[in-house]
Design a protein around this ligand. Structure first.
Ligand SMILES: [Ca+2]
Length: 269
């Protein structure tokens, strides 16, 4: 009963604070979500707790202590990639880079066959660009940032892919797109890597001359099994999904159950 009450209050809070987001349902298709609220737990439906390799908790972009992870140049967080999207998807995260000189990979998962990993990084190959790619340069989409290098400030990096193609967003703006549908990722038994790449086999960590460790802060890593719209990505920028104080598994079910329970109690009252 107490839990049900908390659930209802949370749902009301969520929908009250995020009227438009509720309509779009940012939780729909959310497979993994690392809020980094004091740990590397996954609040998405997969619940793949991350293993922290050297990264340290630090304040997030709003100044909340211990609510993001700092990577000092040889750190990463790994988790299982089993169940992560292999075709349509959105992968999004906040980052604040200290430097781009390491040709950092921010997130990678999957692999095991030719070009079957998913890698998101900056300055890969020495290009002044943000990109999504795979090993052997398969499925590459780049955005050349020109004089506006994404370094020293918080930026929101999101990639979507589905049958309409692949899109790269920076801070809610569509910066690059193509008609390629990435649908060859191999995930079962493979790794998810945050702060570094996975190797061709799909395991973390991996670095080479063209792809290195990330140095800086990463927060709010989300992976959905559908391509979110630009409007949804812009909503995400304004929304800390972890602000709802519930574990993900309960939260996802609670969206429907909590509202139903609240209505039922209102009727009974
Ligand atoms: Ca956080």
């Amino acid at each position: 009963m107490k839990r049900a009450l908390i659930t209802s209050v949370s749902v009301v809070f969520l929908c009250g604070a995020l009227t438009r987001a509720c309509k779009a349902d940012l939780f729909s298709g959310l497979m993994s979500y690392y809020a980094f609220s004091g740990n590397a737990n996954d609040a998405g439906s997969l619940g793949h707790t991350g293993t922290v390799h050297g990264a340290a908790l630090i304040a997030d972009r709003s100044g909340n202590a211990n609510s993001a992870y700092y990577f000092d140049g040889d750190d990463y967080i790994s988790a299982s990639a089993t169940g992560l999207p292999t075709a349509a998807r959105t992968v999004a995260l906040w980052f604040k880079a200290d430097t781009l000189s390491t040709r950092p990979n921010l997130l990678g998962y999957g692999g095991g066959g030719y070009g079957t990993s998913w890698l998101m990084g900056i300055n890969h190959w020495g290009h002044p660009a943000m990109d999504v790619t795979s090993h052997y340069n398969v499925n590459t989409l780049e955005y050349y940032y020109g004089t506006s290098a994404p370094v020293g400030a918080w930026d929101y990096f999101a990639i979507t892919t589905d049958s309409t193609g692949t899109k790269l967003y920076l801070n809610g703006d569509l910066k690059a797109s193509n008609t390629n549908y990435v649908q060859n990722t191999i995930v079962t038994g493979k790794d998810l890597a945050i702060g570094v790449a996975v190797n061709t086999g799909g395991y973390a960590p991996y670095v080479d001359y063209n792809v290195g460790y990330f140095r800086g802060v990463i927060d709010e890593v989300g992976i959905w099994n559908r391509a979110l719209s630009q409007a949804e990505i812009q909503q995400l920028m304004r929304t800390d999904l972890s602000a709802v104080p519930l574990p993900g598994a309960i939260l996802l079910g609670a969206i429907g159950l909590g509202v139903a329970g609240w209505r039922l109690r209102r009727k009974m009252a």
